[in-house]
Design a protein around this ligand. Structure first.
Ligand SMILES: [Zn+2]
Ligand SMILES: [Zn+2]
Length: 248
């Protein structure tokens, strides 16, 4: 199946994709399904800058888009940033809507470093440990369908860092998502950035398979219409033998 389950539209504060353009392009590219997964970022430093998005408006926007473009299945998803830190608030907000898929992602370290934007210096070993510990907490405690962009802090690196010191935590994350039937996302955004490879890397996806992982999700994490394109053949090859995420 040809799908992309991580796309931001104009409804996200940092995306410029017009929904109608996205659906027309998805039809041209022969996608069966796509998901718009708007940001729901609820940490105080985010709320104070961007405010609270109206989920009702977002819902209406998706319903209208689907009606106008019936040739493709549009999923109404959501990417909840740092869900484990805002769990009750987020749960209450999304409870009235049947978002699917729900992506969980870590964007901020405990020291407030935003790991999703270009970093002035590489993370310290303690920060890398904190990053993965937070992914572990997210995977353990939140109701998500997909663990998004694991390893996102490396997107602006030009080298592959040695993560052997945190391999035990990464294994624990993989065990947790396997036990909870959470899909691991192959995030394509780092192909567009200096890192130039998928995250998590192929070696980690192999590890996930070896540990018994079954569900893989593919997400372009597009924020501009030119980011959204065919899924590269090598990614489709990596996905062979895995199932897509189990979604309602
Ligand atoms: Zn993200
Ligand atoms: Zn995203």
């Amino acid at each position: 199946m040809n799908y992309d389950y991580h796309i931001h539209s104009e409804f996200s504060y940092d995306s410029r994709i017009i929904g109608a353009d996205l659906l027309i392009k998805a039809l041209e590219l022969n996608f069966n399904e796509i998901a718009i997964t708007e940001h729901l970022d609820l940490l105080p430093q985010e709320l104070s800058v961007y405010g609270l998005p109206s989920l009702q408006k977002y819902y209406n926007y998706c319903v209208r888009l689907q009606k106008e473009h019936p040739g493709i299945t549009l999923r109404m998803g959501i990417e909840i940033g740092d869900y484990h830190k805002v769990k009750d608030f987020a749960k209450t907000l999304v409870s009235g809507f049947s978002f699917s898929p729900i992506l969980g992602s870590v964007h901020f370290l405990n020291d407030h470093t935003n790991v999703a934007i270009p970093l002035s210096t590489p993370l310290t070993p303690d920060q890398v440990k904190d990053y993965y510990m937070q992914n572990l907490q997210l995977a353990q405690s939140c109701d998500i369908d997909i663990l998004a962009h694991l390893g996102v802090y490396k997107r602006y690196y030009t080298h592959v860092p040695d993560e052997s010191a945190v391999q035990g935590i990464i294994d624990e994350i993989l065990h947790t998502i396997i036990r909870r039937d959470i899909a691991l996302e192959i995030n394509l955004s780092s192909l567009r950035k200096p890192y130039k490879q998928i995250i998590p890397e192929v070696v980690l996806i192999d590890r996930y398979r070896d540990l018994g992982g079954r569900y893989i999700s593919i997400g372009s994490d597009s924020h501009r219409i030119d980011h959204f394109d065919r899924i590269p053949d090598f990614v489709l090859d990596i996905c062979k033998g895995f199932d897509p995420p189990r979604l309602s």
